[in-house]
Design a protein around this ligand. Sequence first.
Ligand SMILES: [Fe+2]
Length: 239
Amino acid sequence: MIETAPFSIHALELGPMENFVYLIEDCSTGRAAVVYPAWEVPALLALAKRRGVRITDILLTHSHHDHINGIEDVLQVCDAQLHLLKDEARFWGSNLDLPTLHHGGDHITLGNTDIEVFHTPGHTPGSACYRIADRLITGDTLFVFGCGRCDLRGGDPEQMFHTLKDIGRNLPANTVVLPGHNYAVKSSSTLGEQLEGNPFMHFDAVEPFVRYRMFYHDRHRHEPYEPVCKGHDMPASTR
Ligand SMILES: [Fe+2]
């Protein structure tokens, strides 16, 4: 018997902010989920058409404009169910038409493909990551060699510290990280590589992490982000 993968994930880089939009395809049923619809929706729909799939689900990682501005356009042509975390719906306050609201630990079924929902606050209160087998779609929580800002409304660097610690502790090192933006020298990575080279994964205490995230990082690192050796995140005098 020949076993084929139950799913495939396709990435598009769209828009002026280097957003990655992902199409998760359930191979046996032809269903697909979009994480998340934004910017050039025709490019997304053309990809779905090329793959011969129908978009039945829309998954939001969070509610920032650059990750949601194509929702209406997709819903006009696809009968799709919208998913997000309850905490993010409350934070967003949008009058969405009956989305499915989740909590961390929930599972979304896309045909024969299981999608696990992680609540990963820090960038926004209800940010989510989605795990599909050994892949983790991380939105603006974890970037390749970076992490999401915590200085916008609803951001919380202490929560981000704990979120990143939980991801690093609880998922296997071979997990493939699929971020929400193309800000680094490579478009995806493994969690093991991030534990080694992502400065935000290096901190053992919350206070220095908060100082690094809020005051040091943006002044001293620039895109495309490269790996940083542990111990070289910031001078000892500023720790
Ligand atoms: Fe964001």
